[in-house]
Write a protein that binds this ligand. Sequence first.
Ligand SMILES: [Ca+2]
Ligand SMILES: [Ca+2]
Ligand SMILES: [Ca+2]
Length: 76
Amino acid sequence: MSTLRLLPLIVLACSIGSGCFGEEEEEVEFEGDAPGECSDGADNDRDGLFDCDDDDCEGSDDCDDPEDVSDDDTGD
Ligand SMILES: [Ca+2]
Ligand SMILES: [Ca+2]
Ligand SMILES: [Ca+2]
């Protein structure tokens, strides 16, 4: 049995299965996976959404106010 004969099969399996040619799985980054990322003004996971606009920052300390109460006219 020749290894050469198997080579096309291996290449085929690699192209289908993805990841044979150094395609290392990158760590999935998301906004807010590190402290301060939800308020650093950067799109940390490069999905087009910045800081509190990113769903990933939902519920973080930096985005704690779900309702914007800027029109609070209680004026005590
Ligand atoms: Ca950010
Ligand atoms: Ca983002
Ligand atoms: Ca995101």
